[in-house]
Design a protein around this ligand. Structure first.
Ligand code: APR
Length: 384
């Protein structure tokens, strides 16, 4: 079997790429190792930044993908119980992100691709990549494809990155030394996304439906295991950190931990294989750029593959990695900047760093140019 592009993985990156190629009339086959319900039910990211939503608008997919999504306006940054509302869109010329839970985005992208006649094979086990320097072949349990190009969109644990000879890749890993304990609870949602900076540690609260919230609490990995915290203690910590002694405590229905790690593989390409999304980089959740970065990669890759296959111009494909790495590092820096601002204020931190974190926070309200930069990063950038 032959196709122009074999796409490995049907997460946000793979499905966005598949839809964009379909719109451009480029043939592709998506191979996904899991079954459809697993892919559709996976809950992760939730915010599509303005730049991410423009990708779909530009491709004529806005109605299919983002219709009805709630526009984000304020971010509450609460400092030791003191509320500060950051109006990102007004600092970014009206550019606003929209709330699109990943499951919804993935479902809509899946439906659109399949209704357009797309070829997506679920439960494709044992995918292996061969002959990447000539005409790539992709084998999997029960089939084989020959493709002009392979798009590795199979996430951090996929096979694509590992198919690149180790000597061809440079990887950068960074452990921020911070853990987040996250709980889903029956608690009235906040009006605006809420992040609380406090000497007791960072905490956040986001709406998850009309009667529930997802909370995040910073913890020290290695020194404590919050999964052992009694729920009463969790509520006590939340009241303290959010500076809200009246926060009602309801049933906690889900508990998870996240360790803050960053990773980048360079380059994001090897011969006829191109990596996109988590296959190439991991970013901390601060700033909510993980999914948006995956979509931006997919957009750049779709344009580049189309130029190569339709117009016989492989220039954009050759610069794909450099183009995407510029944004990747820009977002990594933003995410680290944000992470420090909201975590370094804790009593555990070095006193000098605590002061720096406060100065960083104060600058957002005192300096309109700093506010505009922050809002611009939140909205996402067309950095090329
Ligand atoms: N063969 C085929 N498919 C695979 C394989 C494999 N060997 N390994 C993994 N996959 C599939 C996974 O089952 C998953 O559906 O690849 C997909 C990868 O999806 P994600 O991990 O969501 O990665 P990506 O599309 O890059 O999106 C990443 O979205 O969830 C947000 O913030 C999150 O940063 C993250 C971003």
């Amino acid at each position: 079997e032959m196709t122009d592009v074999a796409i490995i993985g049907a997460g946000p990156a793979g499905l966005t790429l598949a839809n964009l190629l379909q719109r451009n009339g480029i043939s592709c086959v998506v191979l996904e190792s899991r079954d459809r319900s697993h892919v559709e039910d996976r809950q992760r990211a939730g915010v599509l930044d303005h730049y991410g939503s423009e990708i779909f608008a530009k491709a004529g997919l806005a109605d299919a993908v983002i219709a009805g999504a709630y526009r984000e306006k304020f971010l509450e940054l609460r400092y030791e119980g003191e509320p500060h509302f950051f109006d990102g869109p007004s600092h970014a010329g009206g550019r606003a992100g929209v709330i699109v839970p990943q499951q919804l985005l993935v479902r809509r992208l899946l439906t659109t691709f399949l209704e357009g006649g797309g070829d997506l094979r679920f439960a494709a086990k044992d995918v292996a990549l061969h002959d990447l320097t000539t005409t790539p072949r992709v084998t999997y349990a029960g089939g084989e494809l020959t493709a002009s190009y392979v798009a590795g969109c199979d996430g951090f644990h996929g096979v694509s990155r590992g198919s690149i000879p180790a000597a061809e890749l440079t990887t950068y890993s960074f452990d921020h030394g911070i853990g987040w304990y996250t709980v889903l609870a029956e608690a009235p949602p906040p009006r605006h996304a809420l992040m609380a900076i406090s000497e007791h540690g960072f905490a956040a609260q986001f709406a998850r439906g009309p009667h529930s919230s997802r909370f995040y609490l910073e913890y020290r990995p290695g020194a404590e295991d919050p999964r052992e915290w009694p729920d009463d203690y969790t509520w006590e910590q939340l009241r303290l950190r959010l500076g809200d002694p009246d926060l009602p405590g309801g049933a906690i229905t889900d508990k998870e931990i996240v360790e803050m790690r960053s990773f980048v593989a360079e380059p994001m390409a090897y011969a006829n294989l191109f990596l996109a999304g988590d296959a190439a980089h991991i970013i901390t959740p601060m700033g909510a750029k993980g999914m948006n970065l995956a979509l931006a990669d997919a957009d750049v890759l779709a344009t580049a593959l189309t130029a190569a296959l339709r117009d016989a111009d492989d220039g954009p494909l050759r610069s794909y990695s450099d183009t995407c790495l510029r944004r990747t590092w820009d977002y990594q820096e933003f995410s680290r900047w944000f992470t420090e601002m909201v975590h370094d204020a804790g009593a555990q931190s070095d006193p000098f760093r605590r002061r720096l974190a406060k100065a960083r926070f104060d600058r957002l309200w005192a300096n309109p140019k700093a506010a505009a930069w922050f809002a611009d990063m939140m909205a996402g950038t067309a950095l090329l």
